[in-house]
Design a protein around this ligand. Structure first.
Ligand SMILES: NC(=O)C1=CN([C@@H]2O[C@H](COP(=O)(O)OP(=O)(O)OC[C@H]3O[C@@H](n4cnc5c(N)ncnc54)[C@H](OP(=O)(O)O)[C@@H]3O)[C@@H](O)[C@H]2O)[C@@H](O)CC1
Ligand SMILES: [K+]
Length: 220
């Protein structure tokens, strides 16, 4: 586990070296991230429906893994996705297909969806929209979903970074997901220490994705 802050680029390098040089398959890293996050979410989320917002990258992929593990922990789950499974790729697509075959409810939303109505039953909203691949400000459905999520009177949990935030600086252009908890992978991101970030990150939990300490020591 690493408590030293890293930039998004450094964490992305950790992931890539773990895959390319240590031979850890990306899907194993995603499983570790998702399972660790699911356990944290189970520990803090109130009883009731957990709605997981999934984007089209690997942050969304984590969301599909989390759904599977939370269901095993006895929680009610709904996934709200910005795209069809056929628009996903790689490990995110694999995990979305597993979730679909497991009869986990997945609702695709677009500009015509009544987002407030769809999010209304949630006791907890998990933000798996964008992670370290995000380039703020948010576009299209991502901005709409974050606004709708921020309007709900429920617990909000961000995966890796609150969607909309520049995690290197802590800058949070409106709209940025307002989290009660941020479950971040590998290490806290450098921007989390900035006063700009405090309103959006809530309590930060660091989850290991199983990358060896030798690799973590070599970064930064
Ligand atoms: N193997 C690994 O590496 C592991 C990674 N892990 C997880 O993956 C996360 C990183 O995943 P990622 O690289 O796929 O990027 P992610 O942030 O999900 O999305 C990129 C997509 O977002 C889009 N987009 C960008 N900006 C946007 C905007 N402003 N508004 C709207 N859309 C925007 C962009 O679209 P484009 O700009 O290309 O059109 C692209 O399609 C990381 O945070 C962690 O959670 C863990 O599972 C551990 C193993
Ligand atoms: K996120």
């Amino acid at each position: 586990m690493n408590s030293k802050s890293l930039s998004c680029e450094q964490v992305r390098r950790v992931d890539q070296i773990a895959i390319d040089e240590y031979g850890i398959p990306g899907i194993v890293l995603m499983e570790n991230a998702g399972r660790g996050a699911a356990e944290k979410i189970h520990g803090v989320a109130p009883p009731g429906l957990i709605t997981i917002l999934c984007g089209k990258g690997n942050n969304g992929g984590d969301g599909y893994v989390i759904a599977r593990h939370l269901e095993l922990l006895g929680r009610s789950i709904q996934i709200v996705s910005t795209c069809e499974i056929s628009d996903l790729s790689g490990d995110a697509k694999t995990n979305a297909e597993i979730a679909a075959r497991s009869d986990i409810p997945i609702q695709k939303v677009d500009e015509s969806s009544r987002l407030q109505l769809i999010l209304d039953p949630a006791a907890t909203i998990v933000d798996g929209l964008l992670g370290t691949g995000s380039k703020p400000p948010l576009r299209g459905m991502y901005a709409d979903l974050v606004r709708a999520a921020n309007n709900q009177p429920c617990m909000r949990i961000a995966l890796d970074i609150p969607t909309g935030m520049n995690a290197d600086t802590g800058e949070a252009i409106d709209p940025t997901f307002i989290a009660d908890h941020t479950i971040t992978f590998v290490a806290p991101k450098t921007g989390f220490a900035s006063p700009n970030a405090s309103k959006h990150i809530g309590q930060v939990h660091v989850v290991s994705i199983g990358v060896p300490s030798k690799l973590l020591r070599s970064i930064g």
